[in-house]
Design a protein around this ligand. Structure first.
Ligand code: URA
Length: 434
C-alpha cells in the first residue's frame, strides 16, 4: 500500500477502505509517513469529505493508536460529558460534582484552553494547589470513594489524534465534520466511559456556525459512540453569545460556585440541568428527563452538589475554603466599567470576539506555550434580549495591566450590538440527538 495512492483516491472523492485508513494512521503515528503527505490527505478529506463508515474507521484507528483506559474497577455506569468548545463555558465545574452527588461516578479527562476557548483544567487551577496529576491508582480510588476524579489528557490516549490535530491546526483543516467527530470521539472512547453526553455548540463562538451543521456533527458522533457500544447523546446548544456572564478562569469558577449555591445565571442553569439530566438517565438513576431534573435541582437546593465540589477540590490538592469564601480566588488589580453609548435592546454579543478579548487580557493562550493570568477576564452585565439605557454598564473588564483596558473597552463596544428591537429569538437548547 502506498500513501500516494491513498491521497489520490481521496482527491478523486472516492471512499477509503478501513485498511487504507489504518495504514495512514499507523504510519503517521510511528513517524513513517511524513507530515507533507498527511497534510495533503487532510486537505483532500476537507474538500471531498468522509462518509459515516470512513469517519467511524478513522475514529477507531485513532483509538487503537494508543492506550484504552479500563474503568471497570470503578463501580457503576461511568458517564462522561464533553463540550465541543465555547466561551464562558464553565458547565463542567458545576455539572460534574452535581451529577456525582447523585451517586453517578464521573471519571473525566479534561483539557486546557487554546485560542478563544477556555479549558476546565486552567479554570480549576484557580483553587490554589489543585492538580490534575493523579496516578492511575488515585484516579480509580477517588472515583470510587468520592465519585469524581479529573485528569489531563495522559500521554498515550489517542496519540494519532494528538499528532493529526497539531497538523490540522497549521494546515487549515480543523473545521471539517468528520475530522472533528473522529478527533473528539477517539479520545472519549479511549478514556473508557460507558456513556457519553456531548454538548455540541452552535453559533459564531463555535466550530459549527449553523444548527444544521451542528446537528450533522452530533449525529456523526452519536453514531460512532453507539457503533462501539457506548450510550451517546448529543445536546445542541447555543454559542452565539457567551454562556453565563463571566469569561475568564477564576471569574468563571466563581459563577459555577454561585450556581451550586442556588444563584446561577439562567442559561448556565438550564444547560447544566439538561446535560446533567441526560447523564443521570444514561447512568440509570432516573427514567425520565423531568425526574432527573428534579433530582439535580434538589441537590442544588440542599447543598449536596456544593459539598461534592468541596470534596473533589480537596481530594485533588486544592484549597476548598475558596468555595465558601470566593474572595480568596485570584483577583485582578483593576475593574473597569464599559458603558453603553446608546439605548435599546441587546441583540448580539459576539461570543468568539469576547473569547479573543479575554485572551488578549491574559485569560487564554495564543499558543500552547503561553502563560495565562487566572484572575483576568470580562463579566457581562447585560445579555442578549436585555434592555439597556445609554450610560448603563454593559460589562466589567478585570485586568492586571492598566495599558490594555482601553483597547478591550473599544472591542467590547464593537462586539455588543444594541438595536431598537429584537430581530430574532435564539434558543439555548436547539435539539437533542439520541
Ligand atoms: N476538539 C477536539 O478534540 N478535536 C477537534 O477536532 C475539535 C475540537
Amino acid at each position: 500500500m502506498r500513501m500516494y495512492d491513498i491521497i489520490v483516491k481521496k482527491r478523486k472523492g472516492q471512499e477509503l477502505s478501513k485498511e487504507e485508513i489504518d495504514f495512514f494512521v499507523d504510519g503517521f503515528t510511528k513517524g513513517e509517513i511524513p507530515d507533507y503527505q498527511v497534510s495533503a490527505l487532510l486537505m483532500a478529506i476537507f474538500f471531498n469529505k468522509m462518509n459515516t463508515k470512513e469517519t467511524a474507521d478513522l475514529t477507531m484507528a485513532m483509538v487503537n493508536s494508543g492506550d484504552v483506559i479500563d474503568l471497570s474497577s470503578i463501580d457503576g455506569v461511568k458517564v462522561d460529558k464533553h463540550s465541543t468548545g465555547g466561551v464562558g463555558d464553565k458547565t463542567s465545574i458545576c455539572l460534574t460534582p452535581l451529577v456525582a452527588s447523585l451517586g453517578v461516578p464521573v471519571s473525566k479527562m479534561s483539557g486546557r484552553g487554546l485560542g478563544h476557548t477556555g479549558g476546565t483544567i486552567d479554570k480549576l487551577e484557580s483553587f490554589s494547589g489543585f492538580s490534575v496529576e493523579l496516578t492511575e491508582e488515585e484516579f480509580i480510588n477517588n472515583s470510587n470513594t468520592i465519585g469524581i476524579a479529573l485528569t489531563g489528557q495522559t500521554g498515550n490516549i489517542a496519540p494519532a489524534d494528538k499528532k493529526l490535530y497539531a497538523l490540522r491546526d497549521v494546515t487549515g483543516t480543523v473545521d471539517n465534520m468528520s475530522l472533528i467527530a473522529s478527533s473528539i470521539m477517539s479520545k472519549k472512547i479511549a478514556s473508557g466511559a460507558d456513556a457519553i453526553v456531548l454538548d455540541v455548540k452552535v453559533g459564531d463562538g463555535a466550530f459549527m456556525k449553523t444548527p444544521e451543521d451542528a446537528k450533522a456533527l452530533a449525529l456523526e458522533m452519536v453514531n460512532i459512540g453507539k457503533s462501539v457500544g457506548r450510550k451517546t447523546i448529543g445536546v445542541i446548544s447555543d454559542m452565539d453569545q457567551p454562556l453565563g456572564y463571566a469569561i475568564g478562569n477564576a471569574l468563571e469558577v466563581k459563577e459555577a460556585i454561585d450556581l451550586l449555591k442556588g444563584n446561577g445565571p439562567k442559561d448556565l442553569l438550564e444547560l447544566t440541568l439538561t446535560l446533567g439530566s441526560y447523564m443521570i438517565i444514561c447512568a440509570n438513576k432516573a427514567e425520565t428527563f423531568d425526574e432527573a431534573k428534579a433530582l439535580l435541582l434538589e441537590n442544588i437546593n440542599n447543598g449536596k452538589g456544593l459539598e461534592k465540589l468541596k470534596e473533589f477540590v480537596k481530594a485533588q490538592g486544592g484549597d476548598s475554603s475558596f468555595i465558601d469564601d470566593t474572595n480568596k480566588l485570584p483577583k485582578a488589580k483593576y475593574i473597569e466599567e464599559v458603558r453603553a453609548n446608546r439605548s435599546g435592546i441587546v441583540t448580539k454579543i459576539n461570543a468568539e470576539a469576547f473569547g479573543l478579548i479575554a485572551m488578549e487580557l491574559g485569560a487564554g493562550r495564543e499558543t500552547k506555550e503561553s502563560d495565562i493570568d487566572l484572575a483576568v477576564g470580562i463579566v457581562l452585565n447585560k445579555k442578549r434580549e436585555d434592555k439597556v439605557k445609554e450610560g448603563e454598564v454593559l460589562a466589567y473588564i478585570h485586568s492586571n495591566d492598566i495599558n490594555n483596558i482601553e483597547k478591550a473597552k473599544h472591542k467590547i463596544l464593537n462586539n455588543i450590538v444594541i438595536s431598537n428591537e429584537l430581530n430574532k429569538e435564539i434558543p439555548l437548547i436547539y435539539d437533542i440527538v439520541k
